[in-house]
Ligand binder design. Sequence first.
Ligand code: HEM
Length: 188
Amino acid sequence: MSELIKHPKVMKKLQQEATEIGQGRSMIPEEDLEKMKYLKAVVKEALRLRAPLPLLVAREARHRVNLMGYDILPRTQVIINAWAIGRDPVSWKEPEEFMPERFLNNPIEYKGLHYEFLPFGAGRRGCPVLLFAIVLIEHILANIVYKFNFLLPNSVKDVDLDMTEANGVTIQRKSPSLVVASPRSHYM
Ligand code: HEM
């Protein structure tokens, strides 16, 4: 939500898609989420730039491996930084920018097969509820942007929104998110 509020053009495009798919109904049903290609790109981009669990569950090396010149001995604890992987300039153009368009017509998925994008981890310790989490996020986001506009209070400008992240196991903004939600008239 913070990235959407900071990027009003992205929010507008997402709301246009929601209006098209919602067709004036009281709610966008789960079965229509598949048609919302821009929504899916927005969710992926948020997971790339703001990986909610930045460090994956720690692993232990089973064999000796040489990785980019580093010798990793058996039983070494390895911590994988999914947050940094999602911002690696080798894999991502303008990695610090929030640009959902990068995921349109792009086969990269978060299911643990594309190692440049691991918001849910990978392998046998990968997040077991990935599909449930994605449906929840998409369904809630589709419906709140369908029904509401969001403005920053106290004349704060979107460009000035402080996106500093707090330290912790999960990522969240350091300052609280204060927004004013107003109903969209007839969801238009
Ligand atoms: C946006 C939502 C979520 C994200 C981005 C996320 C991400 C992750 C990540 C990165 C891991 C570590 C994977 C690895 O090390 O390879 C993980 C593990 C796990 N997640 Fe999620 N998760 C989300 C939601 C949830 C929810 C809603 C639940 C429970 C209802 C959940 C339950 C778990 C559990 C139990 C593990 C540990 C699996 C294991 O160690 O074997 N996650 N999740």
